[in-house]
Design a protein around this ligand. Structure first.
Ligand code: UDP
Length: 407
């Protein structure tokens, strides 16, 4: 069975037929995605799933990476934090370092696409190449919550954004005043990926066994990169409050993204906070262990996502798709995924997370219902097929009708 037929079984044949219709109209166009990392984090996750499907739809979509050294990624991490609204000290020298690496990428990267689809701030300066190929269409896809960016970084990036043909943001709250067309497109998860597909119970149990996690008490889990904005230490604090009343265990599972130099430091702080608590499991999961992440999510009694800032929060969709009850911060794209008390619980503090976890542990029927509602919401709104449809429509909207193949 082709992948498209497999998706049809989940979302219905009419959705697939529409994708084929839109894809046909892009015949002859090359879509070139560019970002900064092939593994770790949501952007890489989505591209890995989207490209094969585009291929099956006979859209010529490709993926290239920019290069950068430690200094460059330290600066772009600061950009990332500042775009999320955090205070960051960014010196002129750091901006120069960003431009220096950007220039190397401008010199080295072949931007051959008819549509160049640039993801996030790291490769944003490649737009300077547009002047050489005025026919090309350039889109900047921002996966970050830029509802309250620090002006220093936003004003710097704006100079590049102005030259793009269009921008894509993940949620209405993130849109900005820009003289460029904007599209609001939520990300998605792939129900057929190793991260999300159904798993045999035996495999799930074997993963728990591998990490020494027992089944004798409820499992509370947060899956996230070790990043301050995911607040893993806050999760530990909430868990310790819950554990005074309910016997349970905590799993914090995360890997590191190659473009995130802060991760080792955060992991160290997390280990320190968990020190002496044998019921807290800190798992450093290598990239590509999607089946294990899937198994940990499916084995969890409750999934937490206590982010301080969040672009969209794919981990929330992943958890809801598995019909898990979720307790998550009301930040970034999370409220798009969770309607409070209907498809999960939203919270605003460590105390709120602790309260939500306790409530769900004490009301398993309620927790089950939230999980089921969450799964249905994800099915309707956050699966790959919907995301793909939105992107195809954006690509088509960049052309006059004469430039597109209408069959
Ligand atoms: N992820 C993973 N391994 C980890 C931590 C995260 O595979 O150790 C995945 C997670 O399952 C999700 C993505 O990375 O698919 C994270 O996306 P999200 O939007 O939640 O956050 P981001 O990392 O992009 O800020």
């Amino acid at each position: 069975m082709s992948k498209l037929e497999e998706y049809a079984l989940i979302v219905g044949q009419s959705v697939i037929d529409e994708l084929k219709l839109l894809a046909e109209r892009l015949e002859g166009k090359v879509i070139q995605n560019i970002n900064s990392t092939a593994v770790g984090g949501g952007v890489a996750e989505i591209l890995h799933r989207m490209l094969p499907l585009l291929k099956e739809l006979e859209v010529d979509a490709r993926w290239d990476l920019i290069k950068g050294g430690e200094t460059f990624f330290q600066v772009t991490k600061k950009f990332h934090n500042a775009l999320h609204g955090q205070s960051e000290k960014i010196t002129p020298k750091m901006f120069d370092a960003f431009m220096e690496t950007s220039q190397q990428n401008i010199d080295e990267i072949d931007t051959y696409g008819d549509i160049v689809f640039v993801h996030d701030p790291q490769p944003i300066a490649l737009i300077h190449k547009k002047k050489l190929e005025p026919e090309q269409k350039w889109i900047w896809r921002c996966h970050i919550d830029v509802s309250r960016p620090r002006p220093q970084v936003w004003n710097f990036l704006k100079k590049f954004i102005f030259d793009y043909d269009a921008c894509v943001f993940s949620a209405p709250a993130f849109s900005q005043k820009l003289p460029v067309r904007q599209f609001l497109i939520t990300p998605s998860i792939d129900p057929l990926s190793d991260k999300n597909k159904e798993l045999p119970q035996g495999y799930i149990e074997s993963v728990l066994e591998k990490y020494g996690i027992t089944r004798d008490k409820p499992i509370i889990t947060q899956i996230s990169r070790f990043d301050y904005l995911k607040d893993p230490v806050g999760v530990i604090e909430a868990f310790l409050k819950v554990r005074k009343y309910n016997d349970c265990q905590l799993v914090l599972a995360g890997g590191t993204a190659t473009d995130d130099p802060e991760a080792a430091q955060v992991l160290e702080e997390v280990r320190r906070a968990a020190d002496g608590h044998s019921d807290i499991y800190i798992l450093s999961i290598p990239p590509g262990s999607d089946l294990e992440i899937n198994a940990l999510q499916r084995a969890s009694t409750i999934i937490v996502q206590k982010s301080i800032k969040e672009g969209f929060g794919l981990t929330v969709s992943e958890a809801l798709w598995k019909a898990r009850p979720v307790v998550a911060s009301a930040v970034g794209g999370i409220p798009l995924q969770i309607t409070h008390k209907y498809s999960g619980l939203l919270c605003h503090s460590i105390e709120g997370v602790a309260f939500g976890i306790k409530q769900l542990l004490n009301s398993p029927e309620y927790a089950k219902k939230l999980g089921e509602n969450g799964r249905e919401h994800v099915k309707q709104n956050f699966l790959l097929t919907r995301h793909l449809r939105d992107y195809l429509l954006v690509f088509l909207s960049l052309y006059d009708s004469q430039e597109i193949v209408y069959l």
